[in-house]
Ligand binder design. Structure first.
Ligand code: UD1
Length: 354
């Protein structure tokens, strides 16, 4: 039996790991060890996701909590190294692009443990994003690359990685999306009116208050056309409190929502404004027009074939782009390869033979 550590840390990791862990737990070939770094720790950012995704409790919780990037990453590395010494894994699987991904991959590789990166190869080519640094470093030392879209494959090959170690398997998050949508089939509607959805948490959009207010100015005007729900991340909540921001009456503020409630709210929304990575992906199979308030995306397939549109985040531009396209989607629409709910099975098949 192979010992495999799967590490998670932050909210967007949980839906990527849940479907894979379910299969690994059932397999007789592997002993999966679930490690939670504790980067996200609140009930609403972490625990509720375990419950709703039917994920078992972690074997290890490193409980690092919030801190500066350097301190948070350093704490994770120190504790994760201990776990590796205690469990002698044959492989460490990391997902996505958060600080936990970087910390665990570096520790594992320095102990000569094989590293598999899920959601490898994505590049925004924007090194001001902490996630881009995490992606580049993780991929530079990983042994196996599980890729969600063709751009990932191309980027990795361009960076000199061996083609035979790169596997286009599709998107694990869509496995969880299928699982979740199935669970909310019978739930009631969120609102009797048509509505849209907002999420914003990128430092580049919310940490500079002038910029944040400018974006909110556009959303406030759009809310005259359609009611908007704003599910607020803790980072954004802090800024709203600090600057005593008041919203127009057609924007309704919500706490960070549990996975299933969020899917429910998203499923029935007519339009999405976001800076999240995952929501760009999820909006595509759900066929919901998504305006991504960023100057770049690491997920180009969602633009080329999906329902996503990139909008440089300033008031004038947001209004111009929204008023041009409104509630329509790409006429080129096509579901990307492997975004079908079966990615976890494809990953296990590959793990069985590498
Ligand atoms: C992290 C990821 C980002 C991901 C996002 C999803 C990195 C570099 N960034 O950003 O890619 O899109 O998670 O949520 O890893 N906080 C709480 N409770 C928590 C967690 C955080 O209140 O459970 C607050 C803390 O005050 C913290 C702030 O949110 O300072 C930011 O948390 P952090 O994990 O540092 O980064 P995120 O902005 O959440």
């Amino acid at each position: 039996m192979k010992n495999i550590i799967i590490s998670v840390g932050a909210r967007p990791n949980f839906m990527k790991v849940a479907p894979l862990l379910r299969l690994l737990d059932k397999s007789k070939l592997y002993k999966p060890i679930l490690v939670h770094t504790g980067q996200h720790y609140d009930d609403e950012m972490s625990d509720i996701f375990f419950k709703e995704l039917n994920m078992r409790q972690p074997d290890y919780n490193l409980k690092v909590g919030s801190d500066s990037h350097a301190k948070q990453t350093a704490k994770m590395m120190v504790s994760f190294e201990e776990v590796c010494y205690n469990t002698s894994p044959d492989m460490v699987i990391v997902v996505g692009d958060v600080n936990s991904t970087l910390a665990c991959s570096v520790v594992a590789k320095k102990l000569n443990i094989k590293v598999a990166h899920i959601e490898a190869g994505l590049r925004s080519y924007d090194r001001e994003m902490p996630e881009e640094i995490n992606r580049i470093i993780t991929d530079s030392i990983s042994d196996y690359f599980f890729v969600t879209e063709e751009s990932g494959e191309k980027n990795l090959i361009k960076e000199g990685h061996d083609k035979n170690k790169i596997f286009l398997v599709g998107n694990l998050m869509i496995d969880s999306l299928h699982y979740g949508l199935d669970k909310i089939k019978t739930k009631k509607m969120y609102s009797n009116d048509e509505y849209g959805l907002i999420t914003l948490h990128r430092p580049s959009n919310v940490d500079n208050i002038e910029k944040f207010k400018d974006i909110l100015g556009a959303l406030s005007e759009i809310s005259n056309q359609i009611k908007l729900f704003f599910s607020v991340h803790p980072r954004t909540q802090k800024k709203i409190k600090e600057h005593k921001i008041v919203f127009s009456k057609n924007i309704q503020i919500l706490e960070p929502l549990p996975y299933l409630s969020f899917l429910h709210l998203m499923r029935d929304s007519k339009v999405i404004f976001t800076d999240s990575g995952g929501i760009q992906d999820e909006s595509t199979p759900m066929k919901i027009p998504c305006y991504t308030l960023r100057k770049n995306t690491e997920r180009p397939v969602t633009i080329e074939y999906g329902t996503n549109r990139l909008v440089v985040p300033n008031k004038k531009n947001i209004l111009d782009v929204f008023n041009t396209h409104k509630f329509t989607i790409n006429s080129n629409y096509q579901l990307p390869f492997g975004w079908d709910g079966n990615t976890s099975k494809r990953i296990i098949d590959i793990l069985d033979r590498i």
